[in-house]
Design a protein around this ligand. Structure first.
Ligand code: LLP
Length: 443
């Protein structure tokens, strides 16, 4: 089975996910609604894990980058698949721990981890912290000393690889806010610095070159550069890194400008990367490092769709036709932020030929609140269920209550059954933390 087999248009021309018609889900759970396909998520996790097991003797760990979609159920799925996770905040770590996820399989990232987050990571006995500043190294070492523990750390380095992707998601350029540059010598200096920290144990290096990347060579280039760096450090200091974390970034299909990758293609990315690491280890006479990868988008992106109901249609003749939905930038800010492209379908008439180009407008009081611009669609009518595909990554996780709209609930579908994994918010939730100071109270 391929990862996309459970998302299809059935014989009646209705969009189906995980064995249920999307239109039925909209009826049962209401809209807007995030829908996640469990089979797809598990297929992706298994594919990566299998390659590490079979091609690298199990000498590595897949870390699901939970910033892509974080809620208790996703950590439960990751745990049951035997993979690790990457967390970037106390909140993500807390969610994982609440879900019963084993913290020793979690790695913590972030360019400014708060003292409280570091403390929580130590108390949870986190697997490793990926150090991203000198201040953080001092802080973590101090906290670990107080607690009488030695914490495993990786150092985030910046190999200077530029991947072909949206500028905002390039993170390993020399001017990035993340990591220490290999080329200017700061990565080597920080290595020395960390080795001397009594309550930290430097286990190796981490880099992440960006997101939504399709060129295998970008990952190979990054891996080669980091392996060369490991060798150079070994020669100059005698320190040999045991672990290499190459980050995430494998791309997904959003619309037909993107390739539609199959499970075997994702496996190939990883196989190519592994061959490069092995070759470099041989070239430099290094041990093959414990290999970590951190895919987020490719695990959950295409597994998720969002369902909306069309509430209004505004045709400005010769200019634009807007189809207004009951969601918007509060559940998916990616068009507003990155002009991201999406594929849009009418859930119950998914086979009907597209006859016009429309823009999907959200309901926020803001002209830039759009989900898609000039996308092909059959003629939409008020009440139609509209499906936006590939919304599993960085949609729920970037959602907000802007305009005091609800962050939509999410359901997980499998074998024709759907269950909530994130319950609907209520008006009471919106005011739960609001406080009116006494002096402002009426009467
Ligand atoms: N590891 C690190 C250290 C990262 O910074 C990221 C993503 C990942 C792993 C996972 O990358 P993925 O496999 O998901 O591409 N909000 C943006 C994406 C920001 C990605 C940030 N880092 C978007 O909506 O496109």
């Amino acid at each position: 089975m391929n990862q996309r087999d459970t998302l299809k248009i059935n014989v009646d021309g209705r969009l189906e996910i995980g064995g249920i018609a999307a239109g039925e889900l909209a009826k049962e759970f209401g809209t807007p609604l995030y829908v996640f396909d469990e089979a797809h998520i598990r297929n992706m996790m298994r594919t990566y894990k299998k390659v590490i097991d079979e091609e690298y003797g199990g000498n590595g760990l897949v870390l699901y980058a939970s910033k892509a979609f974080s809620c208790e159920a996703i950590y439960a799925i990751a745990a049951s698949e035997g993979i690790g996770v990457d967390v970037v905040s106390g909140g993500e770590l807390y969610t994982a721990v609440q879900a019963g996820f084993p913290a020793e399989k979690a790695y913590m990232h972030g360019n400014n981890k708060l003292p409280s987050e570091l403390e929580f990571a130590l108390d949870s006995r986190i697997g490793a912290v990926v150090v991203d500043s000198r201040t953080e190294a001092d802080r973590l070492d101090g906290l670990a000393r107080k607690k009488g523990v030695v914490q495993d750390v990786l150092l985030r380095i910046n190999p200077g690889v530029e991947a072909h992707t949206h500028a905002f998601v390039q993170t390993a350029r020399t001017d990035s806010k993340f990591g220490f540059s290999v080329s200017d010598g700061t990565a080597a200096q920080m290595t020395d610095y960390l080795i001397k920290k009594p309550n930290l144990r430097l286990c190796g290096y981490h880099c992440h070159i960006g997101s939504q990347i399709f060129e295998k060579q970008s990952f190979v280039l990054a891996a080669n550069k980091v392996m060369d760096f490991i060798s150079q450090i070994k020669k100059s200091t005698g320190y040999e890194a045991e672990r290499l974390n190459i980050g995430g970034g494998f791309g997904v299909w959003y619309n037909d400008d993107d390739p539609k990758l199959q499970l075997s293609d994702y496996a190939d990315y990883l196989k190519t990367l592994i061959s490069a690491v092995k070759a470099k280890a041989k070239e430099h006479g290094l041990k093959e490092p414990f290999l970590l990868i951190e895919p987020g988008r490719s695990i959950v992106g295409e597994a998720g769709i969002t369902l909306y109901t069309v509430g209004a249609i505004k045709d400005i003749p010769g200019v634009k036709k807007y189809v207004a939905i009951d969601g918007g930038m509060f559940d998916n800010p990616r068009y507003a932020l990155y002009q991201s492209k999406y594929t849009v379908l009418l859930a119950d008439r998914a086979n009907e030929p597209c006859c016009e180009k429309v823009s999907i407008a959200g309901k926020c009081c803001e002209s830039g609140d759009l989900i898609a611009v000039d996308v092909p669609l059959p003629e939409a009518r008020v009440g139609d269920v509209l499906a936006v595909l590939t919304t599993g990554a960085y949609n729920y996780s970037m959602a907000s209550n802007y305009n005091r709209n609800f962050v939509p609930p999410a359901v997980l579908v499998k074998d024709g059954k759907a269950e909530y994994i994130i319950k609907p918010q209520t008006y009471a939730d919106l005011v739960r933390n609001d406080v009116i100071p006494k002096r402002l109270k009426q009467g």
